[in-house]
Design a protein around this ligand. Structure first.
Ligand SMILES: [Zn+2]
Length: 327
């Protein structure tokens, strides 16, 4: 059996956000991920790391103090609405700080050499959160803060983010739109929520060319996503030579997801994961961190999440272990 070279973050405290109210982004999603990690196929192949809370100083790397204060003030309040989709409950502020801290803890484990890869199943998700605004179920931008952490704590100057959520990560894009220190690539439903992510959004000033959007119509499936990784992500990674790859991983590309509009299968998630691991092996000694974003079918999280975790844990489930031979 392989040594536990994979780090997993999946704290029960992530269930405290939107506890007891009706919402698509609910604590049952965490339970679905927990059930994956009990699968015997993964036994002995991963290690759990307990996440820490991000500090307000760290949140301010991406968010304005005014906005951080606004979220902090929701603490203890039964229900606060930031917009039609985005609510908080009494413990949401602390849970959102723990989500950001979960990304930091995963990065720390990888940087310390405990593992090369990992998955942080955190809530709430983050990629729609703007510097001064909650949006699309997101409070703080977990991945953007993770990239800022790599720069500020570890001095990295090239981080690649490959966003495989079905929606455009507007908040990640805007956080690094002027910067060449982060290469942000997203494939997503377009037009679709939140409305950004067209091909012409390329970055600005030093960041020009370091934002890459792949807008897609409805109904794309495994082969299209795999081709994007093979023919776009991999060559860009070779060119850019990132020091780490971050993957905002939504499970809403899944064919039966209510919000995604795409047709990916669990096997497609295995393929995407394998290809992304290979990209990381090629350019950054395998260092890659997957972080949960959306995904609203419990079956989709369970089945696609299992395939992602199997690939991360080197339980190879694809034919002959050769991802390029997919049908
Ligand atoms: Zn999404």
């Amino acid at each position: 059996m392989a040594s536990p070279g994979v780090v997993v973050i999946k704290d029960q405290r992530f269930g405290r956000h939107l506890e007891g109210i009706f919402h698509l982004e609910n604590p049952k999603r965490l339970a679905a991920f927990e059930s994956i990690m009990q699968n015997p196929a993964l036994a002995g192949r991963w290690q759990e790391v307990i996440p820490r809370l991000a500090t307000t100083e760290e949140l301010a790397w991406v968010h304005t103090p005014g906005y951080i204060g606004k979220v902090a003030k929701t603490s203890g309040k039964t229900l606060t609405s930031f917009d039609f989709d985005t609510q908080t409950t009494a413990d949401s502020y602390d849970t959102a700080r723990l989500a950001v801290g979960g990304v930091f803890s995963l990065i720390d484990a990888i940087q310390a050499g405990k593992a090369k890869r990992g998955f942080a199943f955190i809530r709430p998700p983050g990629h729609h959160a703007e510097k001064d605004r909650a949006l699309g179920f997101c409070l703080f931008n977990n991945i953007a803060l993770g990239a800022a952490y790599l720069r500020n704590r570890y001095g990295l100057s090239r981080v690649m983010i490959v966003d495989i959520d079905a929606h455009h990560g507007n908040g990640i894009q805007s956080a690094f739109y002027d910067s060449d220190e982060v290469l942000y690539l997203s494939m997503h439903l377009f037009p679709g929520f939140p409305g950004t992510g067209n091909v012409g959004e390329l970055g600005r000033a030093n960041g020009e060319g370091f934002t890459v959007n792949v807008p897609l119509g409805r109904g794309h499936g495994d082969q299209e996503f795999a081709r994007i990784i093979c023919h776009l992500v991999l060559p860009l990674a070779r060119e850019y030579q990132p020091e780490m790859i971050l993957v905002p991983c939504g499970f809403d590309l899944y064919m039966h997801d209510r919000l995604g509009g795409m047709r990916a299968t669990p096997k497609g998630y295995a393929l995407l994961t394998r290809l992304l691991i290979e990209a990381a092996e090629t350019v950054c000694d395998g260092r890659i961190a997957f972080v949960a974003e959306g995904g609203y079918s419990m079956k989709g999280i369970r089945e696609c999440g299992l395939r992602v975790m199997q690939e991360l844990c080197d339980v190879k489930t694809l034919n002959g272990g050769k991802p390029f031979n997919h049908e």
